[in-house]
Design a protein around this ligand. Structure first.
Ligand code: HEC
Ligand code: HEC
Length: 223
């Protein structure tokens, strides 16, 4: 049985959350861990949670990385390292992610971000619920000015690509921004914009509609 089977099995969610990070470290072993941290381009440690092609693993709460851009990944990895992300005591998933970047210097982070961006794009997991057509209109009014047409992203504004991200992950991030679990750390100017924006989303149903649109935006071939 592989390590990912052990970690991703049907065991109780509670125990997985407590044991997950430790199991990953035990599974990858000291040697490959050093290689990953030293070269900056070996993503085998990351793949233990995010999938070997960056396709994500919902059972581990680890999002797909395949559709993300270099500049955004680099900023997020720095953010985890510097404590903009993954330090709030309510941020269960961010807390699991953070240890894996704490030992990285800027060069290693830049190398990892480039390697993550080189994953071939992958399809988002299916998202149940939400009205994609209503979401398209809401997106145009409330999101597109920053995140670009069809969720394509806008580096100049620091707003990442959203098209093709997993619906379950988008949903969780919007909840985190709404509750200030993400975006409230001192100095997190980019995250703070999203906390502000989420105050304008009227209801969870609105968020579900926007997510249904974004997941579909990719399968329609856009951006
Ligand atoms: C123990 C499992 C685990 C490992 C190992 C891991 N991650 Fe993560 N990672 C997560 C989880 C869980 C999240 C989601 C955090 C959240 O929901 O806020 C995440 C989030 C991320 C994000 C943010 C994605 C986004 O859209 O903002 C990036 C980028 C990322 N990880 C890259 C990496 C890289 C690169 C490595 C290897 C150095 C790695 N991860 C190792 C579990 C892991
Ligand atoms: C004022 C500009 C702005 C607007 C408007 C905006 N965003 Fe964002 N959004 C950002 C920025 C900047 C980030 C990057 C935050 C970070 O670096 O942590 C972001 C991040 C996100 C993320 C996290 C992506 C990831 O991979 O973790 C999601 C999800 C998101 N926005 C959804 C939305 C939705 C849905 C709307 C419309 C309701 C919206 N945003 C409107 C600027 C904006």
């Amino acid at each position: 049985m592989s390590c990912s089977n052990v970690i991703g099995g049907d065991g109780l969610r509670y125990w997985r959350r407590i044991l997950g990070v430790g199991l990953v470290w035990l599974c990858v072993g000291a040697e490959s861990r050093q290689e990953a941290l030293g070269s900056g381009v070996d993503l085998s440690v990351c793949g233990t949670c995010h999938g070997l092609a960056g396709e994500g693993n919902q059972a581990l709460d680890a999002p797909g990385l395949a559709n993300l851009e270099t500049w955004y990944v680099e900023r997020q990895l720095r953010g985890f390292r510097e404590g903009f992300r993954g330090t709030d005591s309510r941020d269960v998933e961010g807390t699991q992610m953070r240890p894996f970047v704490l030992g990285l210097d800027d060069t290693a982070i830049a190398g990892m971000a480039a390697a993550v961006a080189a994953y071939p794009d992958s399809a988002a997991t299916a998202y149940e619920g939400g009205d994609a057509e209503r979401g398209r209109i809401l997106y145009g009014h409330q999101c597109g000015a920053c995140h670009g047409p069809s969720g394509s992203g806008n580096q100049h504004l620091g707003a990442p690509r959203l098209a093709g991200l997993d619906g379950w992950y988008l949903d969780r991030q919007l909840v985190k921004f709404t509750e200030g679990v993400r975006g409230s750390a001192e100095g997190d100017a980019h995250g703070a914009q999203m906390v502000f924006v989420m105050q304008r989303i009227a209801s969870p149903a609105d968020a579900a509609d926007v997510i249904a649109y974004l997941v579909n935006a990719r399968s329609e071939g856009s951006p």
